[in-house]
Design a protein around this ligand. Structure first.
Ligand SMILES: *Cc1c(COP(=O)(O)O)cnc(C)c1O
Length: 456
């Protein structure tokens, strides 16, 4: 065996020889010599192994190896975290990064990333400032809250909040609101982690004001907590206590009332067909002492946790050692400020924030975008643990390949460049146009012709 293979091994071209190919000189100029050299080594190494495994009758020449090397360079240049085309129709797809940022927010993040900035510097005073000030004012103005604070995400907001104001004491919550959000975030676990004690009241389907009141013990109770059941709904024989009633109870017993709003709409989305989603301003208006929500769900901004409420409640959070551990970084802070600035004019927000654009996009526009091939009418999910029972009417391009199976097409598109993600339904691959952008349509056609070309 070995004797047969040794001439083949000897015929493997040297790295320098391969690198001298004009095609690779050009490729090294476009990318980097480092990447091309590494790719050549990688291809030659696997060639050696394959010859030893008896897979070759003759040794390929440098030129014959060229396509393999070009492919290896491409793979090396590719980021692990990279853009995909979302044809799933799920607007806030947690696995695909939830909200896309507006151009304004992306630009602000980029500038904060590439320049020194006023992150913690007060230009007028000429001395150290606070990073939160950039968004606090916008948040209080937009929601009517007394004070505001931002952290890394909503999970961090709750952890900081509970650690600061209820540690060692009971937090009373309805059994119907003990939410689990995807990826292991569970309200009971967060409570425990904060050092607070869970006091669940009522039943899964019905909780009354009296249940809360009966559980209050003057020395032991730290707060009343209301959690928005953002990713599920209990229907049928149900009853939950309205925030206003809980606020009255809290005031009677001098207990803070906290609301985890989850998705955090800043204004009503009824015009997009999303009914009944509470807004942050409504919760503040109803008298909640503290309200928390995510920056990258219905708000359509960067990952962030937003805390609104009374000054007296937020003060201990600002002083807490966890604040430093959970604080928001400068790029997200800049993106959040830019997003909130758009909200000063609701029309601007709807026109520029992609999440709101997609939610508000009329069916006729979605239909027109779906017209790549045969279209079907479906419903898109909002996703991201927001409004689970509300679906938006949509249109999807339905692909039914003749030469390969639908699962094979799904597979090829998913591994393509850029990856295109859809969903299979009734032996067709659906690309939901609500989450697609017009500029992505030619890219999808390109990807499709490559995928289908491979089989002919
Ligand atoms: C999504 C959600 C969270 C977690 O928010 P993150 O920003 O993902 O940390 C917490 N509570 C509720 C009710 C939610 O919907």
């Amino acid at each position: 065996m070995l004797r047969e293979q040794s001439p083949l091994l000897r015929a493997i071209p040297k790295v320098d020889q391969v690198l001298a190919l004009p095609e690779l000189t050009r490729l090294a100029e476009e990318t980097s010599l480092f990447a091309v050299t590494a790719a050549v080594r990688q291809v030659l190494d696997s060639l050696r192994e394959e010859i030893l495994a008896g897979q070759y009758g003759h040794t390929p020449t440098s030129t014959e190896l060229l396509p393999l090397i070009e492919e290896a360079v491409k793979q090396r240049q590719q980021m692990g975290l990279r853009p995909v085309i979302n044809g799933t129709g799920v607007i806030l797809h947690t696995n695909l990064g939830r909200s896309r940022l507006s151009k304004e927010a992306a630009k602000a993040a980029m500038e904060a990333a590439c320049s020194y900035s006023t992150l913690e510097y007060d230009l007028e005073q000429g001395k150290r400032g606070k990073r939160e000030v950039h968004v606090e004012h916008l948040l209080t103005r937009l929601t009517g809250a007394e004070d505001a604070l931002v952290v890394n995400n909503n999970a961090a907001a709750l952890l900081l909040l509970l650690s600061s104001i209820t540690a060692g004491r009971q937090v009373i919550i309805s059994r119907g609101e003990l939410v689990e959000i995807g990826g292991s975030f569970r309200i009971p676990d967060i409570l425990k982690q904060s050092g607070s004690i869970l006091a669940e009241v009522g039943t899964t389907n019905k909780t009354r004001l009296q249940d809360y009141e009966d559980a209050i013990h003057p020395q032991e109770t730290g707060a009343l907590l209301k959690v928005h059941t953002s990713n599920y709904q209990i229907v049928g024989f149900t009853q939950q206590v309205a925030l206003e009633e809980l606020v009255a109870l809290g005031q009677k017993h001098h207990l803070p009332v906290i609301q985890d709003l989850g998705s955090g709409a800043l204004f009503s989305l009824a015009s997009c067909g999303i009914e009944g989603e509470p807004t942050a301003a409504q919760s503040i208006q109803a008298g909640a002492d503290v309200v928390t929500f995510s920056g990258d769900k219905l708000l359509g901004g960067p990952q962030a946790g937003i805390i609104l409420g009374k000054k007296a409640c937020l003060a201990p959070m600002k002083q807490h050692p966890l604040m430093r551990a959970l604080r928001l970084d400068k790029m997200s802070l800049a993106a959040l400020e830019a997003t909130l600035r758009l909200y000063r004019d609701p029309r601007e927000a709807f026109a520029r924030i992609p999440t709101l654009q997609m939610l508000g996009c009329g069916l006729s526009t979605v239909r027109a975008r779906a017209c790549l091939a045969q279209t079907v009418e479906k419903h898109s999910q909002v996703g991201g643990g927001a409004v689970p029972n509300q679906m938006l009417p949509t249109a999807a391009t339905a692909l039914q390949p003749q030469s390969i199976s639908v699962t094979e097409l799904e597979h090829r598109l998913r591994l393509g460049n850029p990856p295109v993600l859809g969903r299979i339904s009734k032996d067709r691959l659906l690309l939901d146009a609500r989450t697609l952008e017009d500029r992505e349509l030619p890219m999808i056609l390109d990807c499709l012709s490559r995928c289908l070309g491979e089989c002919s």
